[in-house]
Design a protein. Structure first.
Length: 95
């Protein structure tokens, strides 16, 4: 587990890495998001709760302090724990 920085520090670090947008996402308890893709790459830090992220045949169980990354157009699905989850995500569109 990684120490959780302030949101402002997270934004500054991700902007320095060249991301286009940084947002906070909050998910409801037990929510399931079926397989989908995004038109951007994403690098995210879970800051509250827990989630399961499945890409292909690999599933990650993520808790507060854990990072995950997704490539642009990478198919994935998500399942959120009994308390839901919050993560900060830096999005970068293909240039």
């Amino acid at each position: 587990m990684t120490a959780i920085p302030s949101f402002e520090a997270f934004v500054a670090e991700q902007r320095a890495r060249g991301c286009d947008e940084v947002i906070e996402r909050k998910w409801n308890p037990g929510q399931i998001v079926e397989t989908h893709t995004h038109p951007f790459a994403a690098r995210a830090l879970v800051v509250q709760g827990e989630m399961w992220l499945r890409c292909g045949d690999k599933t990650q169980h993520l808790r507060a302090g854990d990072w995950f990354e997704l490539g642009e157009a990478e198919p994935h699905d998500e399942k959120y724990g009994p308390e839901g989850a919050t993560y900060w995500v830096a999005r970068t569109a293909k240039k």
